[in-house]
Every structure is written in structure tokens, then in C-alpha cells.
Design a protein around this ligand. Structure first.
Ligand SMILES: Cc1ncc(COP(=O)(O)O)c(C=O)c1O
Length: 493
């Protein structure tokens, strides 16, 4: 088993950055070796002959009563993972359960979820209040269509969310994922301009280094170089891209120069500006100053265009404030929230907007918003989101996030002294170590797992967003895992 484990670790590949097509490990020999090790050494009931090449396996093997290794191998052959190939050269880790900050793996390991499962599980996994809300709602009504019908969880959530978002917001659209909420935000901006008599305003302006999701319209406003745009070149009208925003701590003069540059790009084709406020996430984990948002708000007002704030990653305290736009003292015309909206319990998102935008759209050519997914306003998700907002309202995060921030700062900052490290930055409950060169994903994952932590670096970025409930010891362990990755990278140089 030891040999199996180390061989498997040696070929572990991280999934690709959330914003980039995966760099696939193409060694067929190792792929077959890996699969064959799993089927010969750990399988009690092989699903397929271990000698069969992955691509030639039976199309529909049944994974019933199979061992963990069988299941992982089945997964690798049949289930897409983010940006991954089929068959996958590396079987994913099988998680049996998750509670608090911990992920319990089928192989007996318990790992701290240093990613909050991609920003989502802000209160940890299986929070009792969220579980109770889901159970209660499931016994009443798990879903009904939202066309012509409504329900108490949707109404209660709208009341809570609009109140939390603050004055200015008046209408809400529920959708099933962050990407869809951005699709809806973009539709809102275009429909608004149509209704205002500006059908020529069809483009969005944004800054480089952004990430807004994987469905079509969000992809068009992701970073045009680092993202997956090269695959789609020529397939859609290019959006307007300003340079990356100056890093946090810029001088007033630098910010003014940047905003003048942004301003110079806005013409009559632009319907609105869309940005991730304060934290650019999967496009590079960069932070910028709140003042830039004030500048963008002014630009939008000057040009008669809408400001869309994508707070899907930053919302609900992650960057230190409830919402970064609120902290900046501005109200965007449209705001997207997702991820932590249900505390990572299930996929759900919302697009909030003002009375002006909602009513203008409704008086326009379509007579309403042109979107309406089947699972819109799902009662289960709404009920869990209500419970999550109650936890946010209780306010424990207001103590936890600064505590985690200072812990991350104290422990990660010394890593800046390593020759392998280019930069260390911390904001709220987000810690980032940018390496000099892309990390070896297999080595990095192995180093983190050995330290008992689940991390998912991408490119040059090793980063963490711990659940707010993480104790100081748990934050320390996450930092130790990051230090272990840095040490592994130093050895590789
Ligand atoms: C800022 C931002 N916007 C949008 C999305 C897309 O959300 P989802 O993955 O739920 O579609 C993400 C996801 O990483 C994100 O970080």
C-alpha cells in the first residue's frame, strides 16, 4: 500500500486553475501504470480488466459494491471534473464526508479544507444550522417551479438579502450558479440600455486579470490572455479591456492615472462596467484599493452606463467586509452573489439590482427580464441561504476574519524571504503566496496532503481561504502546508 500511495502521489496532478484549461499530464505509460496499480493492488472487484487501456474500457460499468479505488478509477474514466480530460490520468481523491473544517477521505486521511471548497463553505461543512434548515425545508417542499408560483423561503431570503446588501438594492433574481448570475447581470445591463434607447450599447468594459465564470457571457469578460479565451478567438464580439488595476496600496496619483486610462476606453458601444471588486480571484488572486471602485462608479455615472459588481467570491465577509462595495461606500447598479450564499451547502446565486434598473428593464422591449431557469428560486437553496444569512447576521465572522487575517499575515509573510517566492499578500481570510514560477502540482498537492491540508494551487499561486470557523491551530496548519509547498519548490530549483 505504501508503494501504491507514493506512486499515486507521484502522479497526482492538481486540476487546472479555475480560469485556465488544464495542462494535461500526457504520459500514457504512467496513466496506465497508475490505473493498473489501483486495479491490481487495491481492488476487490475490478470493474474492468486492469490490462485494458482506459479509453477501451466498457462504456457503462456499474460501480456498485466497489472499493474506494474502484470508485475513483470509475470516476476518472467517466466523470468530468473542472477543466479535466476523460479519461483522467489521475484519479481524484474520494471524500466520504465533510464536517467543520475537515474533509474525511476514503483512504483514511482527514484534511483541513484550506480552500473552503472554492470560497463557499465559509462556516465550515455540514454546519448544524444549515443542515437543520435543509432538513426542515426538504420535508415541506424541495422544489416548485417559480413561473407563476412563489414560496416563503424565496420571499424571506429576498427580504434578508436586500436588507443586508443595503439601501439602493430593490430587486433580486435567483439563479443556480455564480456564472448564471453573471449571465443575468450582463443581460440586465444590455436590456437596460435597450430600454433607454441605446441598443448600440452591447459591450462590457472590464479590467484584465478578471474571472467571472464559465458560461458564455461571463467568459467574454474573463482575462483575455490568462483565461480560456484563446480557444474561442473570433467566436464573439470582443469586450473592452483596460489594463490590470494597480495593486493594493497604490498612490492617489497611480489610481487617478489608471482611472483616466479606463475612462479613455469607454465609447458608445459600452453598456456597463463589470469587475470583481477589491479581489481578483481565479484570474490571479490580486488585490486592489477600494478607492478604485469609487472611481469606476463615477465613470459609470459620467457615461450613463451600469456598474456590475461581481461579489461572488468576496461577498459575506471573505475580504474583511460584508461586501467590498459597501466598504468602499458605493452602490453598484447590479451585484452578483453566490458561493458562500448557502455557506457552500448547495449551488445557488443571486443578482441584485436597483429599482431604476428593474423598472427600466420591465418597461423596455422585452417587458421583463429575459431569463428564467427551471430551478430558479429553489426552496431548499433559499431556506439554506436564509440560515446562512442568519449566521452572517449573528456576526461571529467579524471577529474570525480579522483573527485569521492576522494569523495568515504573521505566518505567511516570512515566506517572502524564500528565493522561490515572488510575493506574499493577505486580505481578510485570504492568503496568497505567489511563486516565481508555476508550481509542480503533483509535488504541491502531496506536500499539502502530507501536512494534513487540502490546497489547490494554480499556476504560480499557492493560496488559501480558510473557513471562518478555523481555529488558530488550524490556520497554523494551513500555513505550515503552504510552507511545505514552498520548501518543495525550493528543492526543485
Ligand atoms: C468572482 C467569480 N465570479 C463568478 C464565478 C462563477 O461562479 P460558479 O463557479 O458558481 O459558476 C466565480 C467562481 O469561481 C467567481 O470567483
Amino acid at each position: 500500500m505504501g508503494v501504491v500511495k507514493s506512486l499515486r502521489l507521484s502522479v497526482i496532478l492538481a486540476k487546472s486553475p479555475k480560469h485556465q484549461p488544464r495542462t494535461v499530464f500526457k504520459s500514457g505509460a504512467v496513466q496506465v501504470l497508475c490505473l493498473s496499480i489501483m486495479t491490481t493492488s487495491e481492488t476487490t472487484q475490478p470493474l474492468v480488466p486492469s490490462s485494458a487501456p482506459a479509453s477501451a474500457k466498457s462504456p457503462t460499468p456499474q460501480p456498485t459494491q466497489a472499493s474506494a479505488a474502484d470508485l475513483a478509477a470509475f470516476d476518472a474514466d467517466h466523470i468530468w471534473h473542472p477543466y479535466g480530460p476523460i479519461p483522467s490520468p489521475v484519479a481524484p481523491k474520494l471524500v466520504e464526508s465533510a464536517e467543520g473544517v475537515n474533509l474525511h477521505l476514503a483512504d483514511g486521511h482527514t484534511l483541513i479544507d484550506g480552500m473552503s471548497s472554492w470560497w463557499a463553505a465559509c462556516h465550515g461543512h455540514s454546519h448544524p444550522k444549515l443542515v437543520a434548515a435543509a432538513k426542515k425545508q426538504a420535508t415541506t417542499m424541495s422544489h416548485v417551479m417559480f413561473g407563476g408560483l412563489t414560496h416563503r423561503p424565496a420571499i424571506e431570503l429576498a427580504e434578508k438579502l436586500l436588507k443586508l446588501a443595503g439601501p439602493g438594492f430593490d430587486a433580486i433574481f435567483y439563479s443556480d450558479s455564480g456564472s448564471v448570475s453573471v449571465e443575468v447581470a450582463i443581460k440586465m445591463a444590455l436590456q437596460y440600455q435597450q430600454a433607454k434607447g441605446h441598443p448600440e450599447r452591447t459591450r462590457l468594459a472590464t479590467w484584465r486579470g478578471g474571472y467571472h465564470g464559465d458560461t458564455r457571457a461571463p467568459m467574454t469578460v474573463c482575462d483575455p490572455e490568462g483565461g480560456m479565451h484563446s480557444l474561442w478567438t473570433g467566436q464573439w464580439t470582443p469586450q473592452v479591456f483596460a489594463d490590470k488595476p494597480p495593486a493594493r496600496g497604490a498612490t492617489e496619483e497611480e489610481r487617478a492615472r489608471y482611472l483616466a486610462h479606463f475612462d479613455s476606453l469607454i465609447d458608445d458601444s459600452v453598456a456597463g462596467i463589470i469587475v470583481e471588486p477589491v479581489v481578483q480571484g481565479a484570474g490571479g488572486m490580486r488585490f486592489h484599493d477600494h478607492e478604485l471602485l469609487v472611481g469606476l462608479r463615477k465613470l459609470c455615472d459620467k457615461h450613463g452606463i451600469l456598474l456590475i459588481a461581481d461579489e461572488i467570491a468576496t461577498g459575506f465577509g471573505r475580504a474583511g467586509d460584508l461586501f467590498t462595495t459597501q466598504a468602499a461606500g458605493i452602490v453598484p447598479d447590479i451585484m452578483c452573489v453566490g458561493k458562500a450564499l448557502t455557506g457552500g451547502f448547495m449551488s445557488f446565486a443571486a443578482t441584485l439590482t436597483t429599482a431604476d434598473v428593474a423598472r427600466t428593464i420591465s418597461s423596455g422591449p422585452g417587458g421583463g427580464i429575459m431569463h428564467g431557469p427551471t430551478f430558479m428560486g429553489n426552496p431548499l437553496a433559499c431556506a439554506v441561504a436564509c440560515a446562512q444569512l442568519d449566521l452572517i447576521a449573528e456576526g461571529q465572522w467579524r471577529e474570525d476574519v480579522p483573527r485569521i487575517e492576522s494569523r495568515l499575515r504573521d505566518q505567511l509573510q516570512p515566506l517572502a524571504g524564500s528565493d522561490a517566492v515572488a510575493d506574499v499578500r493577505v486580505l481578510g481570510a485570504i492568503g496568497v503566496v505567489e511563486m516565481q514560477r508555476p508550481v509542480d502540482m503533483g509535488l504541491a498537492t502531496a506536500a499539502a496532503v502530507d501536512a494534513g491540508v487540502w490546497l489547490r494551487p494554480f499556476g504560480k499561486l499557492v493560496y488559501t481561504m480558510p473557513p471562518y470557523i478555523s481555529t488558530n491551530d488550524e490556520v497554523d496548519r494551513i500555513c505550515e502546508a503552504i510552507a511545505a509547498i514552498v520548501a518543495a519548490e525550493e528543492k526543485r530549483r
